[in-house]
Design a protein around this ligand. Sequence first.
Ligand code: MN
Length: 718
Amino acid sequence: MPVNVYNMNMSEMLSLKGLLEKVRSYKGGADLDILKKAYHFSSEAHCSQKRSEGSPYIKHPLAVAYILADMKMDVASISAGLLHDTVEDTLTTTDDLKGIFGKDIAFIVKSLTKLSKVEFQTKKEAQAENFRKMLLAMSEDVRVILIKFADRLHNMRTLEFLPAAKQQRIAAETLEIYAPLANRLGIGWLRLELEDLSFKYLMPELYDELIRKVAKRKEEQESYIKEVIELIEAKLKEEGLPGRVKGRIKHYYGIYQKMQKQRITFDQVHDVIGLRILTDTKSNCYAILGLIHSLWTPIPGRFKDYIGVPKSNMYQSLHTTIIGPKGERVEFQIRTEEMHRISEEGIASHWKYKEKGEFDERNSKYIAWLRDLVQVQKEVPDAVDFLEAVKGEVVPEVVYVFTPKGEIKEMPVGSTPVDFAYGVHTQVGHRCVGAKINGKIVPLRYILKNGDTIEIITSTTHGPSRDWLKFVITQRAKTRIKQWIKQEERSQSVELGIKLLETELRKHSMSNALMKSDEILKAAKSLGLGSLEELFSAVGFGKVSSHQVLNRLMPEKVTAEPEPARQQKPLKEHKGVSIKGIDDVLYHTAKCCYPIPGDNLAGFVTVGKGVTIHRKECPNLEKQTGAEARLIDVDWQSAPDFTASARLFVETIDKPGILANLSALISSVNININHLEASSTQDQRGLITFIIDVRDIAQLRMIIQKISQMEGILRVKR
Ligand code: MN
C-alpha cells in the first residue's frame, strides 16, 4: 500500500506515545529507546521557543517525525527528524548530538542546519549555498533529503501562520525545487501535495475556483464513473483478469498546468477524473489494456507505454484515453500494485524493507543520479549556477532517444544533439562537431524527437561555439559551454595581455625580465589586481592599458620620455596584421568597414576574441564603450600573396546581363568574388554588394575605377 500521508487526519493529536505506536506498527521489535531520548532532548532544547501560531515548538519536530513514520522510515531517520532544528535554533552543537546519538544522526542534523547568514550577500546566494550543502550531504546519506522533505511538508501544511511575504517565498521555493526533486526521486504523493500546497498560496483565487469546479464535476460524473467501474470489473471477472478499479481525481496544480500549457478552459480538461486499474503482473497490464481498447475506441496519440519505457524516476504505467460509453473521454492508468507502490514511494521505499545493506537496482538508479549531480557541482563551483543546473535537471517533460548501441536515453523536450552530447560526457560535448539522426546528418540545432537514434560526431581539434548557447536547453550543456568559453577567453586575454605589455616594455627599452619581477606584481596590486595572471588578463581584456601599467612600474621614465618613433624595420614576413610590432596575434577584421592593407587602421581589444581591426574612420569604433583603453595601434604586415576581404556597393540601371558583365570584369583582373548579393529597387535600379579578395588599397581603387567606367553603372563605393 502506498504511503498515504496526503489524507492524514490533520487533527490527529500528536504525542510521543502515538509516534512510538506508529513506529512499532511497522518496526515490530525495534529498539525505540533512541527515539524516546531524541524526543526528550529536543523538547528540552526547544523548551523556550514557540511556533508562529503560538504552540510549543516541539510540535513541529514531532509532526516531522510523524510524517517520517508514515513513510515507514527507520528509527535513526525519525530520531533525526525530532532533532533536526536543534543545532540551528538552540545552543546544541553537532558534537553534543554525536556524543549522545551517534555520528549518523549528527551528520543528518548537521546537513540540515543552515549556514550562518553573515556569510552571504543576498538571500538568493544563501539559499543556493544551503541547498548545495544539503544535496552534497544527500549523496552521502539519502535520509538527509527525506527529512528535509518531511520538514518542508509540515512547514507548507502550516504556512497559514506565517506573514504573507514569507508564504510567497517558501511556496515559490517549494514549487521550484522541492516538488520537482520529490518527483525526480519518485515520491509521487509528496510531489502532489507539495505542488497543491504551493499553488494554494501562490494563486489563491485560481486554487479556490478549481476546488469548486472539480467538486461540481465530481458530483456530475459520480454515477457515470460508478457505472464504468462496474462495467470494467464485470469484464475483468469474465476474462479472469485480477484487478481493482479506482476513480482518481487529478491534482489541482496538474489541472492548472494542463490549462496553461494547452491554453484551454477547465471545461475542456477531460481527465479531471480518471480511472486507475491495479493488477498483479506486467502481462496482465497489457491484457487489460487490450480489453479496454476492445470495449471503447482509444484516442490516437494518447496511448503511452511507461512500462516498456519507464520514466527516469522509475514511474511505470500504461496510459490511454478512450471515448467512453456516453461519448465522454476517459483516461485510464493501468499498472501493477508493485509499480503503483514504486510510483508513490520512490527512493523512500528502501527503508521500509531494509534497515541496512545494499540498495536494490532501482534505488541505485536514484543514487546514480545524485552522484551525477555531485559531479555537476564540482564543475559548477558557483552555488547559484548550480541551483539553476539542478532545476534544469528535474524538469519532467522528456523525449526518448537512442544511442547507436540501442541504449535508451531520456532528454528534456526541446533538446538538441549538443544537449545530448553533453549528457553523454562533457568531453563529448566539447568535441561535438556534428550529429547523425537515424543515419542522416542534421544541423546541431536539430530538435530531438521521440525514437530518434542519435550519433554524435566528434573531433579533437574542435571546441564549443558561443552560438550553441542560443539553442541548447539543458543546464548541463549551458553551464559547461559557458565555462569553456570563460576559460578560453581568459587564456586568450592573458596571452594578448602579455604581448601588449612586452611591446610596451620594448618601446621604453626596458627588459622583458621585468615581466616576472616583483615590481610588476607591485604595479598590479596598485591597480587592484591580485596576481600577474589577473594583470595580464586585465590588459588583454582592455580593462587596463599597457601604458597605465608601465606608468605604475616606472613613473618617471614613462611619463618623462616622449613616445619614440616606431621602429619601422620589417618583421619577419607574415600574413595578416601586427600590433605595434607583435605578430601572430589573434585578430579578425571588422565586418562593418572591411579594412584592407593600405587603410589607416585601429585595433580594438575585444573581450575574449582577440583584436578586431577596423578602419580608423569607422563610425562603429566610437560607439564602443570604454573605447579609449582598448584601442591599440595596428599595422598590416602582409606577404606578397596576402589578400583581405573588401566590400563594394554597386548601383546600376536595372538591365539584363549587367550582373554577369560585372562579375566577368572582376574575375578578368584575377580578383576573387567571395560573395555577392543583388536586388532591384522599385525605381528600376539594381543594387549589388560584392565581397571580394584584394591585395591592398591600390588594387581596390583600380577595380573601382574599372567598374565605374562600365556602361549602366550609376555609382560604386566601398
Ligand atoms: Mn524545521
